[in-house]
Design a protein around this ligand. Structure first.
Ligand code: GUN
Ligand code: FE
Length: 433
């Protein structure tokens, strides 16, 4: 018996950024494709007829005539402790944090609560075809231990970190520079690069950290080769003005992080809406990435992300849901809103570019493109099966589609969790409808 497993369906994945090579050269599409895995890795990908000639005759094949296989989605910015406060009404960032977010996050000192939410959060990601995410915990160390324990159950490639926050937040939710340094260090020692897990040093955002705390975050980043730095940047105009008040010696918002040595190839900044040219330039120079979070930016009224500016400055960009500021766990729905944000600026976001941002682009932002992000031979077998008959409307609309680009665009406009037939992580099925 062969230990290989195979799926036969339409298959599409990105191999480059459309901005660098043009749309046509940025993806591979197999109308009658075959994806073959060997354990947790991809063994072969290509045209089914051609590949089958050289594969064992007893190969087990799952046939999916009404499906499209893509890589699993990568969500580059999300808060697991905000799962139960999604859809909180009527506030912009700073009042939204005080009214809804901080009280909700206080519940995560309780391990049982954290585990309940982490389990439901991960289930929701998998139902939506997301196999990797860069995730905020809360200020409580136990929130991160618990998240990683829950991720291990499904063997998911996940990145998480404890929030560092020592001012401008309720007393019940603050740490100190020293305790945040020490607890982050302990979490790194326990979890970083354990199986498929990675650690992100996570100062919430400049206003909730003192200079001393940001400095210790920079020290931690310098002490470990490949840990991440995950925070928020320039999301809301009142926030930006507040940062200028709090850090009068900084030339702009990003400069606060820069002065504390927090810019690196593994630094991911959520939002980056109100940036000046020198900030884009510094992000590029340091290899830092921005997570574009369209549902959140619209829902909390933050503003329109300038994707073309980021592209002009060659800044790495991934897509994020930012739940609970964001309004959907679905990366398909996040692509839908991304398209509209770009439309409002009289530009277009092609379906291949959207697919890129949600898969290989996200992997590159996280420096994981040698492991995940597409279906290249040797990559980890994180993939999803999209059901072209997931809803009656998808079925009738997709029947009229003329090519894969149109089909993808329809899926990312009217598709959601109902279009995710199955999700695989490291070759194992972790969700099936
Ligand atoms: N800025 C600081 N904290 C947060 C948060 O929890 N969500 C969002 N969207 N922005 C933030
Ligand atoms: Fe956020």
């Amino acid at each position: 018996m062969s230990h290989l497993k195979a799926w036969r369906a339409a298959i599409v994945h990105c191999i480059a950024d459309p901005k660098d090579v043009g749309v046509d050269a940025a993806y591979e599409y197999f109308d009658d494709g075959l994806l073959v895995i060997d354990g947790d890795k991809i063994h072969a990908l290509g045209d089914a007829q051609k590949l089958l000639a050289n594969l064992p005759h007893d190969l087990v094949i799952e046939h999916h005539p009404n499906a499209i296989i893509t890589p699993g989605f990568i969500d580059t910015h999300i808060h697991y402790p905000q799962t139960d406060m999604i859809g909180s009404y009527g506030e912009q960032l700073l009042t939204w944090l005080n009214t809804y977010t901080f009280p909700e996050e206080s519940k995560f000192s309780d391990k049982a609560h954290a585990r309940d939410v982490a389990d439901r959060f991960l289930k929701e990601l998998l139902r939506n075809g997301t196999t990797t995410a860069l995730v905020f915990g809360t200020v409580h160390k136990v929130s991160v231990d618990t998240f990683f324990e829950a991720s291990q159950v499904h063997n998911l490639r996940m990145i998480c970190g404890k929030v560092m926050m020592d001012r401008n937040a309720p007393d019940y939710l603050t740490d100190t520079p020293e305790s945040s340094y020490q607890e982050s260090k302990e979490l790194i020692e326990t979890w970083h690069n354990k199986g498929r897990l990675h650690y992100a040093i996570t100062p919430r955002f400049a206003p909730t950290s003192s200079d001393e705390q940001l400095q210790l975050a920079g020290k931690l980043l310098s002490e470990y080769d490949d840990v991440y730095l995950h925070t928020h940047l320039s999301e809301n105009k009142d926030e930006c003005a507040w940062v200028q008040d709090l850090f009068p010696n900084s030339t702009n918002y990003l400069d606060v992080y820069d002065q504390h040595k927090l810019l690196s190839e593994r630094s991911v900044f959520a939002h980056g809406i109100h940036l000046c040219d020198s900030e884009y330039h510094r992000l590029h120079e340091t290899g830092s990435a921005i997570s574009f979070c369209p549902t959140s930016n619209l829902f909390i009224g933050s503003g329109l992300f300038k994707l073309s500016k980021a592209e002009d400055h060659k800044v790495n960009v991934g897509l994020g849901t930012d739940v609970g500021g964001g309004t959907s766990f679905s990366m398909l729905q996040t692509m839908n809103e991304a398209y509209k944000v770009i439309q409002l600026q009289n530009e277009n976001l092609s379906p291949i570019k959207s697919l890129y941002l949600s898969t290989l682009g996200g992997a590159k932002a996280l420096r994981l493109e040698d492991k995940i992000g597409n279906l290249a031979v040797g990559s980890e077998a994180d993939f999803i099966i999209l059901d072209k008959k997931g809803t009656p409307l998808l079925e009738s609309r997709l029947a009229l589609s003329k090519n894969i680009e149109e089909s993808l665009f329809v899926l990312m406009t009217i598709g959601d969790d109902r279009a995710i037939q199955a999700t695989y992580s490291a070759g194992e099925c972790v969700h099936r409808r």
